[in-house]
Design a protein around this ligand. Structure first.
Ligand code: GDP
Length: 293
């Protein structure tokens, strides 16, 4: 995964070096905690990881840095492990994508469409961000690149109606997945809740059996800040998972480790570039291995 090169060689490279070279001492734990904070796991998570590592080292009578690194890798994996798989059942399965403008929402929708299409699913997009005309136009261009159809409406149209129409059209045409864009204005929690609740009702009305996943897109470059801001609305939005974008653009990347603990949501995909193939289903074990090889 070349997209994670910066992350691997950046702050995590320092953590790797800190652990490989050393004997296990109190200084090592202090160093490690500092490095983890620099790698953007957040202060609480850094402390939690170091405390867990201390216990593990004591319980297993670990002696060397490399042994501690194996233990830390396993702890990281556990902290990121999802509670279960995504629910993508029904005809169609529906994925709503939410996120503030600029985080990479449009690109991520196209990448998701491309990914699921490559898995053999028939994907249709819904241009549910009707607040800005440009949003639909951008998504339309990306739909072309991904080779999937899109249902659009004019600026100011009701997003719930657009998504309802898309679900109906998917059913009629034998498509088994709808990926829907939503407006990128998450600042007003009450509006967001009302809009998403309405969308959810219209999905249910159009396809009572359809599963509904709501993926929140966050930008890894803004990392811990993005997570702090997301805490406000991810409950209100009833989000079920996270897409973390732009991991290729940061030497930190530690926010991945903190998402589940701070938002109560699993990371489902990571974005590692601007191209349509630059989205990877998130696997905690290989990610932990990537950070601390
Ligand atoms: P939106 O406003 O949230 O819909 O954001 P866009 O999808 O238009 O993306 C904003 C910018 O971020 C664009 O220049 C994208 O190419 C870029 N971008 C999105 N995802 C990634 C990623 O995973 N890595 C990198 N390097 N750039 C990304």
């Amino acid at each position: 995964q070349n997209g994670l090169k910066k992350t691997r060689t950046g702050f995590w490279g320092n953590i790797f070096n800190t652990l490989t070279g050393a004997e296990i001492t109190d200084d090592l734990y202090d160093d490690l905690e500092e490095q983890l904070i620099l790698a953007d796991v957040g202060a609480d998570m850094a402390l939690r990881l170091v405390e867990r590592l201390r216990r593990e080292v004591a319980n297993q009578h670990l002696k060397t840095g490399p042994q501690a690194m194996d233990a830390l890798r396993e702890i990281l994996r556990e902290e990121m492990e999802p509670f279960g798989d995504m629910e993508l059942d029904g005809h169609p399965a529906v994925i709503l994508v939410i996120g503030v403008n600029g985080v990479g929402k449009t690109t991520s929708i196209a990448k998701l469409a491309n990914y699921y299409r490559s898995q053999g699913r028939k994907v249709m997009l819904a241009a549910g961000d009707t607040f800005r005309a440009a949003a639909s136009e951008q998504l339309d261009i990306w739909a072309g690149r991904a080779g999937v159809p899109i249902v659009k409406a004019g600026e100011g149209a009701d997003p719930a109606a657009v998504i309802f129409d898309t679900v109906k059209s998917a059913q009629a045409r034998g498509y088994d997945m709808v990926i829907a864009d939503t407006a990128g204005r998450l600042h007003n929690k009450a509006n967001l809740m009302a809009e998403l609740a309405k969308i959810s009702r219209s999905v249910h009305k159009a396809a009572p059996e359809a599963s509904l996943e709501t993926l929140l897109v966050l930008d890894a470059i803004t990392g811990q800040n993005a997570i702090s801001q997301a805490r406000e609305f991810c409950k209100a939005a009833n989000a079920s998972g996270v897409i973390l974008t732009k991991l290729d653009g940061t030497a930190k990347g530690g926010c991945v480790v903190a998402v589940k603990q701070r938002l109560g949501l699993p990371v489902r995909f990571i974005g590692v570039g601007e191209g349509i193939d630059d989205l990877i289903p998130f696997d905690p074990a290989s990610f932990a291995e990537e950070l601390l090889p």
